[in-house]
Design a protein around this ligand. Structure first.
Ligand SMILES: [Zn+2]
Length: 243
């Protein structure tokens, strides 16, 4: 199996969703143990899935491989996401609807489709899926956009695509899944402040005001593009809490 076959046939997505036949799976495993780019793609795909598959299990757990593979950024993201989920699970009073409402993402990040290039390079299937998902996103159908964007990310995860997926998940009520995608989006410096602000919204949707306020304080202190919004939101949260 070669990298091109992996990309063209959507093998990574099928692998992390346990949809490959045994011989296909064995052939792919043989390849990705030798291939850094496919290995990282599997790790990130698993990280993306961890966010929305709270109960379900996939057959692959990259942490089992950690002792003999370098701990990459992707694996670190998986650990961060898992830690976040554990912290959240250990403190779960029923969320206050007024707090949850404050976590609404009023304006999603804008998306401008790339103009089709005449006679240009062939678009890969990850890009095609991404554009398909973003057409639904632009039309405001976030729930329908989520699975298509997920499929695109599983094939080729990038921080930018993760941000759009996070926004779509926030708008369709999957705050926990949004946190997972935001960990990846935030690795891009240009997206860090926005990702942190969105993760505060996700914490509010989950009713975790303490985590939300902590993140908002950090965004405010960073004095970046979301500092003012972060301060205003923190004030509203504190008002609701009666501080
Ligand atoms: Zn490969």
């Amino acid at each position: 199996m070669r990298c091109e076959d992996v990309r063209e046939r959507g093998v990574i997505e099928q692998y992390v969703t346990a949809r490959l036949t045994d011989p296909e799976r064995e052939a792919f495993e043989e390849h990705f143990f030798e291939c850094d780019s496919c290995f990282e793609a599997v790790e990130l795909a698993t990280a993306v899935r961890e966010g929305f598959e709270s109960g379900a299990r996939t057959s692959f757990d990259p942490r089992r491989l950690a002792p003999w593979r370098r701990l990459s950024l992707a694996a670190a993201a998986v650990l961060l996401i898992a830690t976040g989920l554990i912290l959240y699970r250990s403190s779960t009073p029923p969320p206050d609807p007024a707090i949850v409402a404050l976590g609404r993402l009023a304006e999603v990040p804008p998306y401008f489709p790339e103009p089709a290039v005449r006679g240009g390079a062939e678009r890969d299937s990850a890009q095609e899926l991404f554009e398909e998902g973003m057409a639904l996103y632009v039309a405001g159908d976030f729930e329908a956009a989520v699975p298509t964007l997920e499929a695109s990310l599983i094939l080729e995860p990038t921080p930018g695509r993760s941000l759009y997926l996070a926004a779509a998940r926030l708008r369709s009520g999957d705050a926990r899944g949004a946190l997972g995608a935001l960990e990846i989006a935030g690795t891009e410096p240009l997206l860090t402040e926005r990702s942190r602000f969105y993760s505060a919204l996700a914490h509010l949707q989950l009713g975790d005001t303490q985590a939300a306020l902590e993140v908002l304080r950090g965004v405010e202190d960073g004095e970046g593009e979301f500092a003012v919004e972060a301060r205003q939101l923190a004030e509203r949260v504190q008002q609701l809490l009666g501080w």
